[in-house]
Design a protein around this ligand. Structure first.
Ligand code: SDX
Length: 393
């Protein structure tokens, strides 16, 4: 213990670990999953294949992908005891709160997941179980919030179609799965799948370093992601755009507010700790937003407001000096809205996408046998002093 502590609040200049999963270059706007450029994966791959790539380190053969997808399908059902927990939530409960509670309850149902010496097969089972049950729990948290009966998974459907069916099917009418929606959802989930040591992933690794179960570690990550400065930003962006629209659509007024030091308002969906020129995911999502809205014949006025905001900010010295550009959250909410996903489910969608990344990072931390995370501090409190009896205070 050298006694020599360097303070680095927000860990802006701290490398917390070594990792072989995701590569970011903030200056060049580069994002690779296991070496593959995100642009190629978004164009050519699908979410389950990208999940396999992140978790196991290589693109699967056709047989490997079929086995992985088949194992996931076997575990999509959520047991009735968890349904009872769900039934305990009022319809006003935010889906992110339900998600973190139910994912955390998996440790209660499968306590063997706390064993740090689990065999490879046991770890694999908890990975498959979590990948399989998250979409069901996510869809059920939505059904709870609208007071509709839950739908059970249909295993003849692919992952994204199955999720959409569980979200939107209703007993008295058929639900037509639209391939445009499935395609857009696959792309969005791929773009959210991992992002090296961001706040929620660092949370998963820190909690996991205490030998907490994968489920508890991911539940902690869900809570971190819920923060409006992190994954909660996609919901905050839409609420901001709605507010601007309701306020007459004057984006210049909100640019001024964002620049005003005395005004706590921030332009949600702008800025990034690492990307300092552009967020490569935002570029792909913005293009996809255009395509999805025109394919679905939707003319969403807040897309126009979003583009005006982006245009104004990119030409404003305040934002240019601070290298503030649209991030992954700026346009994603517009697509989710076009897909019929309600605003309070946007961060759940982020968690659904980020799950394979959290799993891959937790697995890597365990395989690297990393010590329990326990940073130090610079003490700024009182020097030693003696207790004072209450009558003398
Ligand atoms: C995600 O880390 C990841 O990879 C996260 C993520 C992932 O995939 O996991 O990419 C997902 O979380 C994207 C970010 C979503 N959050 C938002 O959109 C919320 C709005 N953005 C900001 O709060 C902020 O930009 C952060 C949180 C994203 C980054 O914060 P930093 O790096 O700590 O930067 P900062 O808060 O120190 O700001 C630097 C300067 C400040 O001005 P000065 O005090 O220097 O004068 O830029 C200003 C800030 O006031 N600033 C903004 C701003 N973001 C930063 N001003 C107005 N609007 C903004 N959005």
């Amino acid at each position: 213990d050298s006694g020599y502590i360097t303070l680095d609040s927000g860990y802006k200049n701290t490398g917390a670990t070594k990792s072989a999963i995701t590569f970011l270059d903030g200056e060049q706007g580069i994002l690779h999953y296991r070496g593959y450029p995100i642009e190629q994966l978004a164009e050519k791959s699908n979410f389950i294949e990208v999940a396999y790539l992140l978790i196991y380190g290589a693109l699967p053969t056709a047989q490997e992908l079929e086995d992985f997808s088949g194992k996931i399908k076997m575990h999509t059902l959520v047991n009735e005891d968890m349904r009872k927990i769900l039934d305990g939530f009022p319809s006003t409960a935010h889906p992110m709160g339900i998600l973190s509670a139910l994912i955390s309850s998996l440790t209660a149902f499968y306590p063997e997941s706390l064993n740090p010496n689990q065999t490879k097969e046991e770890v694999d089972l908890s990975i498959i179980r979590l990948m399989a049950k998250m979409p069901t729990i996510a869809a059920w948290s939505y059904k709870n919030s609208v007071g509709h009966p839950v739908n059970y998974p249909k295993n003849k459907l692919d992952y994204c179609s199955n999720f959409l069916h569980m979200m939107f099917a209703f007993p008295t009418e058929d639900y037509e799965i639209n391939p445009v929606v499935v395609d857009a959802l696959n792309k969005l989930l791929i773009l959210h799948a991992d992002h090296e040591q961001n706040c929620s992933t660092s949370t998963v690794r820190l909690v996991g370093s205490a030998n907490a179960s994968l489920y508890s570690s991911v539940s902690a990550g869900i809570s971190a992601l819920w923060g409006p400065l992190h994954g909660g930003a996609n919901q905050a962006v839409i609420e901001m755009l709605e507010a601007i629209k309701a306020d007459g659509g004057d984006s210049k007024k909100y640019i001024a507010k964002a620049k005003d030091k005395d005004d706590p308002f921030r332009l949600m969906g702008f800025g990034h700790r690492v990307y300092k020129n552009f967020d490569p995911r935002a570029r792909i999502i913005k293009k996809a937003a255009d395509e999805v809205l025109s394919a679905l014949g939707i003319n969403d006025p807040i897309l126009t407001i979003a583009m005006e905001l982006e245009e104004a900010a990119l030409n404003d010295p305040y934002f240019v000096e601070r290298k503030l550009y649209p991030n992954v959250d700026f346009y994603s909410g517009i697509i989710y809205r076009a897909l019929g996903i309600p605003t309070d489910m946007f961060t759940v969608m982020f968690a659904l996408g980020r799950l394979p990344g959290w799993i891959a990072q937790w697995k890597e931390m365990r395989e690297q046998k990393e010590p329990i995370g326990r940073p130090r501090q610079i003490y700024t409190g009182e020097t030693e002093r003696n207790y004072v009896d209450i009558e003398k205070r």
